[in-house]
Design a protein around this ligand. Structure first.
Ligand SMILES: C[S@@+](CC[C@H](N)C(=O)[O-])C[C@H]1O[C@@H](n2cnc3c(N)ncnc32)[C@H](O)[C@@H]1O
Length: 278
């Protein structure tokens, strides 16, 4: 086996890592933030028995190991999320959009929602709690909330449905904690009635085709396109447009916009904006 020499990372190492991350996740990393490689890859380095980013780059170049490359791309994702994040989209869903959709689907009795880039699952579980809390008429309907994310570690956390006290303190009304979670030491576990509405799996939004073919009534695609190039956003939103029901709704993050206004009608209501397919 080749001897690996530990020396500080060079600009070419960072540039190699930036390209690798882009190829695997389409996340565009700014060179001014190269220092983040040191912190975000620290655990991966330890697990590989390495101490410096440069050693990791040498290993990547030597082995061309797809699993290690994938682990690097996943370690560089930003998984920040919280229950009922940004509040208003959930309010608009509850007060305006869902009543109309539920009425329109009263014969087929089914609803499909997608938390695309679901991170550790709080967004999908928030939607599930909202449905159970405010729409008792949906009992007996076929409800599917899909959650997908590139990063397998957060997908596993979403599947475990287990959250620490600190995560619970961010955005969850007390009555939801009591009603929809079981206490387990320092952690809280989402109750089965909510878990059963949600399904999580790993999927890359930028490696076509998109992971579904059946249309959705609501898609949450929030706080992920900020990491993508304009071209990637455009291609992704074309795919998302095809996957929305004709009367479906798309939510983006507060700082995100559809790239192609010809495809979307923006509706500003309830202090937030959602998008309808044209
Ligand atoms: C900041 S979190 C947003 C989570 C949630 N949507 C929210 O708004 O709270 C961004 C998520 O996008 C995921 N992500 C980044 N690139 C992705 C890609 N190409 N495909 C799927 N998910 C991706 C990351 O792993 C991360 O969990």
């Amino acid at each position: 086996m080749a001897t690996l020499v530990a020396t500080p990372a060079k600009p070419t190492d960072y540039s190699y890592l930036r390209k690798l991350v882009f190829n695997l996740s389409q996340n565009v990393l700014d060179p001014s933030r190269d220092y983040l490689f040191e912190t975000r890859l620290a655990r991966l380095l330890r697990n590989q028995g390495l101490t410096h980013v440069e050693e990791l780059v040498q290993l990547l170049q030597l082995r061309k190991d797809p699993r290690l490359e994938k682990a690097v791309a996943e370690a560089m994702t930003i998984n920040e999320t919280s229950f009922f994040r940004d509040g208003r989209p959930f309010e608009v869903l509850r007060t305006e959009l869902l009543p109309r959709m539920i009425d329109a689907r009263k014969h087929q009795r089914s609803l499909r929602l997608w938390s695309a880039a679901s991170s550790s699952g709080q967004e999908a579980y928030s939607i599930a709690m909202l449905l159970r809390e405010h729409f008792p008429q949906l009992l007996g309907w076929k409800i599917r909330i899909e959650g997908t994310d590139l990063c397998t570690e957060v997908v596993h956390k979403a599947q475990s449905a287990t959250y620490h006290r600190i995560e619970m303190n961010r955005g969850l009304p007390a009555r939801h904690i009591v009603r929809y979670f079981d206490h387990l030491g320092e952690d809280w576990v989402v109750k089965k009635e909510i878990r059963d509405l949600c399904n999580f799996r790993a999927a890359n939004l930028c490696a076509p085709p998109l992971p579904f073919t059946e249309p959705f009534d609501v898609i949450f695609l929030r706080n992920v396109m900020i990491y993508f190039s304009m071209d990637t956003r455009k291609t992704l939103l074309q795919g998302i447009h095809k996957l929305l029901a004709p009367d479906g709704v798309l939510f983006l993050g507060a700082s995100e916009q559809p790239v192609d206004p010809a495809l979307w009608k923006a509706v500003i209501t309830g202090g937030t904006c959602h998008f309808l397919p044209k």
